[in-house]
Design a protein around this ligand. Structure first.
Ligand code: HEM
Length: 115
């Protein structure tokens, strides 16, 4: 599964691009303001690497406490997923592998979306 993403180096590149897209996206940029993006790049990399069985341990917080009070809407969530799809597409991750990662993330939305 991790091979389709280019191993740890590929995952790191995709996460970097994904974070860049999110903080530049007028639909959701404000939600990321005043949060630690250095930490987010690291913990998001660990989470994706762990989910893709690429040999990492996730050291961040659980999804409910990480997103508590951010007021994330379903629309914000859709925007973020679009940005992840774009980052994966740009890194030439095959469509089926993109969907396997999205399927692992999908059940977390209930802990992220608040309104
Ligand atoms: C299934 C979808 C999502 C996943 C898997 C996810 C994953 C993560 C992870 C791993 C962290 C880091 C936790 C830590 O460092 O302890 C995080 C933090 C964060 N996420 Fe998400 N996220 C999702 C959806 C979203 C959405 C839709 C938004 C806003 C549009 C968002 C905004 C943030 C922000 C602002 C933080 C930093 C919070 C802080 O520093 O206290 N996330 N997320």
């Amino acid at each position: 599964m991790a091979e389709a993403f280019g191993g740890q180096a590929g995952i790191r590149r995709i996460v970097g691009r994904f974070v860049d897209l999110n903080i530049a996206d007028p639909r959701i940029a404000d939600i990321f303001k005043n949060h630690d993006m250095i930490r987010l790049r690291r913990t998001l990399f660990e989470q994706f690497c762990y989910l893709l069985d690429a040999g990492c341990t996730y050291s961040g917080r659980d999804m409910k406490s990480s997103h508590k009070g951010l007021g994330v809407t379903r629309g914000n969530m859709n925007a973020l997923v679009e940005n992840l799809q774009r980052a994966m597409r740009e890194s030439k991750v095959p469509f089926a592998a993109q969907n396997r990662l999205l399927a692992k993330l999908a059940p977390m939305d209930k802990d992220v979306v608040e309104r």
